[in-house]
Design a protein around this ligand. Structure first.
Ligand code: ADP
Length: 443
């Protein structure tokens, strides 16, 4: 059966059930009509015989055949006197007073009803009413014939209508199958089934598949973008290293010049090394291999140390860093290295994108199940439309800036905070400054 499609299978199944059902109903109908007709005809038989007796007693004439009932008269000894005879009727069949009898004779059946009366002249006669089952059979035959004519029409009609209903119901499935096939053949993940939102199961399935494709597509795009961005970021320092080393090899006689070139090479190599470390971090995180080494860490002291470590760098731009601690405790459970990496990145950005003679305020406090680190600067700020993009890997608002980092910092910060079951927030106004708030779960 697997060579048939679902539509045909379904149509065949309900056509089969339709035949069985309609056949069964018609069978019951014929049987029921048969029974009802027989019961009616039997009471008709008794009624006609009683009417004839009444007519005879009143001296009226009567019909030999009335309402399908034949009337026969016999004398006291059972000898046939007069009346009309149905074909093949056994004329001498024994009498039974006041009871409907059934006779089977040469493929034919008769129902008889006998009554005895005494005429005015004192003569005893038998009055026999007879009806032949051929009348009932004829009627039943008509119904059966009708049924056999209607049955195929009904079946054909229901099959055709059913097939079209099934076809319509399976239209979404066809679209799903076609889209899947097109994606396989063209390798184009941007294709969608595109059914309007619906509430039936198949449409819901199609909508869910579309959402899934959307996510897959985005994730593949991101993957592609990531590889291309990473190669791009690596290419620049490698080009510089190659150029510098080639220059030294050709013209590197002057020690001062060689030293300058070596410094450039060293800086670029450091940049490459930093990038590789960051890429390794993301690759481990994406593989799910990034495990936290949780321990009790004195957060207040760590932040103070970070402030001090960054002061020299900040002073170069005449930026002051202040710390305000409102934490209830000193120690919280975190992965120390990761925690430092996250806060360091935010402070580093605040210095990089802060304004000369500006200030950076670091505030720490508790909020429900989180301990929070807030870093506020009064630097260049970020435009509203870029605010969500800054968390993307390799995203830089101004790519021409020549900072050491490559747009990976904030995505790493977000990942670290989320690893601590927390979340990040950013508020900013262009030209006024930015506030980064990191919520770490109290573990
Ligand atoms: P990077 O600093 O290496 O460019 P990040 O991921 O740390 O990468 O930051 C992404 C971008 O967000 C930066 O390029 C910068 O444009 C913007 N940004 C980050 N921090 C600040 C800040 N404190 N003030 C203004 N812009 C910022």
């Amino acid at each position: 059966m697997s060579f048939l499609n679902i539509k045909t299978k379904l149509t065949l199944w309900y056509t089969f059930f339709m035949v069985v059902l309609v056949g069964g109903i018609l069978g019951i109908l014929v049987e029921f009509t048969d029974m009802t007709l027989l019961t009616n005809q039997k009471s008709q038989l008794v009624e006609v015989v009683e009417d004839v007796i009444e007519d005879i007693e009143e001296g009226d004439d009567f019909d030999n055949f009335d309402d399908g009932v034949y009337i026969l008269l016999y004398n006291e000894n059972g000898e046939y006197l007069t009346g009309s005879l149905p074909f093949n009727f056994p004329i001498e069949y024994p009498f039974k007073l006041g009871q409907v009898q059934e006779i089977k004779e040469k493929d034919r059946g008769f129902y008889i009803y006998d009554k005895k009366i005494i005429t005015e002249g004192g003569e005893k006669i038998w009055i026999r009413g007879v009806f032949s089952d051929i009348q009932i059979n004829q009627l039943t035959q008509t119904i059966v014939t009708g049924a056999f004519l209607i049955l195929p029409i009904l079946v054909i009609l229901s099959t055709v209508i059913g097939y079209f209903i099934t076809k319509k119901a399976f239209l979404p499935v066809k679209k799903i199958q076609e889209t899947a096939q097109n994606i396989t053949e063209s390798n184009e993940l941007s294709l969608r089934i595109g059914l309007p939102k619906g509430r039936d199961e198949i449409t819901k399935l199609a909508n869910t598949i579309d959402e899934m494709l959307e996510r897959l597509d985005k994730s593949f795009q991101k993957e592609k973008q990531f590889t291309s961005d990473a190669s791009h970021e690596l290419r620049t320092p490698v080009t510089v290293i190659l150029a510098e080393s080639e220059y030294i090899l050709k013209h590197g006689e002057d020690m001062e010049e060689v030293r300058e070139s070596m410094e450039i090479i060293n800086r670029q190599a450091e940049k490459i090394s930093g990038l590789i470390n960051q890429l390794l971090f993301f690759s481990r995180a994406d593989r799910g291999d990034l495990k936290l080494k949780l321990e009790n860490v004195n957060i207040v002291k760590t932040i103070e140390e970070l402030k001090n470590d960054n002061s020299i760098e900040a002073e170069k731009r005449n930026i002051t860093i202040t710390c305000e601690n409102n934490l209830k405790n000193y120690e919280y459970i975190v992965d120390k290295i990761m925690f430092i990496r996250a806060i360091q990145n935010i402070i580093q950005n605040a210095i990089n994108y802060g304004k000369e003679n500006g200030k950076i305020e670091i505030e720490s406090f508790e909020k429900s199940e989180y301990f929070v680190i807030k870093v506020k600067d009064d630097g260049i700020g970020i435009a509203e439309e870029n605010l969500q993009k800054i968390w993307d890997r390799f995203y830089q608002v101004d790519e021409s800036r020549t900072t050491k980092s490559m747009g990976l910092g904030l995505s790493m910060v977000k990942l670290i905070v989320e690893k601590h079951e927390g979340y990040v927030e950013v508020e900013s106004e262009l030209g006024k400054g930015t506030v980064f708030t990191l919520y770490f779960k109290k573990l």
